[in-house]
Design a protein around this ligand. Structure first.
Ligand SMILES: [Zn+2]
Ligand SMILES: [Zn+2]
Length: 337
């Protein structure tokens, strides 16, 4: 038993060391990501874009995709995820903020005291719990981040490699859109860049390489684009599936554990009290639809507010909290890692 505890403690120490190293290396990863995405964009518009068919239509689409990619990356790195102790954020003004269709009652901004309907979903006040690590009172769905050492609203995960901060309530939309646009851009690069790759490698006959970027840079970015397209495509697809289920990455893991425990006890369980309609969950996540923002906010690189301030959540009809999870079953931040 003592031995098991020692091993456990050793693993914890190693994990913390890993956190510290990746935390310290974060800014370098971000710099590398900026260099690579910018180089990729330059390669695309220098080599591939001039040869596109129907350029009057295809070129603006490519520019829009590139703009979305870079702006959502900028937002996901700079928009804070929303820490529990911070005052509620308000809709900003200026060119980069999307205009909302109509003012919605409750749900966003202001403290909600009674259930309201937001875009057809019932939204009720979140349960308040105490964080075991920092002792702070926090609303349901907030979690403690080990690296930031603070409680984050609707915590999804801490991303040291690409964005060097937490993904939470206020930047999760930009994170998912960044993944989507990265997958689209790398797919375009891989498919449309194939003939140019052959040319850069000297496979097809050509007298010279008439572009500004060197052949080797184009070929290296091409290989990276293919790898990223597969990896980000899978990751983005997985995230969208979680969003459609109304779960964050942490919750998806927790709910799996709850479901298995219930199965062992031969009980039926509905561990997720969050709204169960997939399309509605997607609309709420991107905050489009009734009372939210127009659909075109998905294709323009604009900032929008989430549908909630993190202190109330859209629920499955008839449920105000998770069902089927017994007292003592709930996972804590310690176990969730
Ligand atoms: Zn905490
Ligand atoms: Zn964090």
């Amino acid at each position: 038993m003592i031995c098991a505890q020692r091993v456990f403690r050793c693993f914890r120490a190693l994990e913390r060391l890993g956190d510290r190293i990746t935390g310290a290396a974060g800014p370098y990863f971000v710099a590398l990501a900026i260099i690579l995405t910018s180089t990729g964009t330059v390669c695309f518009f220098d080599v591939i874009a001039p040869g596109l068919n129907y350029r009057l239509v295809t070129l603006p689409i490519c520019i829009l995709i590139a703009l979305n990619l870079h702006m959502h990356y900028y937002y996901v790195c700079t928009v804070r995820p929303g820490f529990v102790e911070e005052p509620p954020k308000l809709q900003g003004h200026g060119l980069l903020w999307a205009k909302r269709r109509a003012k919605r009652r409750g749900g966003d901004g202001g403290v909600l005291t009674a259930p309201v309907r937001v875009n057809g979903a019932r939204v009720t006040v979140a349960e308040i719990m105490k964080c075991r690590k920092c002792g702070q009172q926090r609303p349901e769905r907030a979690h403690h981040c080990r690296i930031c050492n603070r409680c984050v609203l609707k915590y999804d995960h801490h991303c040291p490699v690409r964005i060097n901060q937490c993904v939470g309530l206020h930047n999760e939309r930009h994170f998912v859109l960044f993944l989507v646009y990265l997958a689209i851009s790398t797919l375009c690069y891989s498919v449309l860049g194939w003939p140019f790759l052959l040319e850069s490698l000297g496979v097809t006959y050509s007298l010279e390489w008439p572009y500004h970027v060197p052949e080797v840079a184009f070929a290296m970015i091409y290989i990276l684009a293919v790898v990223l397209c597969i990896a980000v495509g899978i990751m983005g697809g997985y995230h969208i599936w979680e969003v459609a289920n109304g779960e964050t990455s942490v919750e998806a893991q927790d709910h799996e554990v709850y479901r298995n425990r219930a199965k062992e006890r031969s009980e039926s369980t509905i561990p997720n009290s969050v709204n169960d309609r997939k399309r509605k969950n997607l609309e709420l996540f991107f905050n489009i639809g009734d009372g939210g923002y127009p659909w075109y906010t998905l294709i323009l690189p604009l900032r929008v507010m989430p549908y909630t301030d993190g202190h109330s959540w859209a629920r499955r009809d008839g449920y105000d909290r998770h069902a089927g999870v017994r007292v003592g079953d709930e996972l804590t931040d310690e176990e969730e890692g």
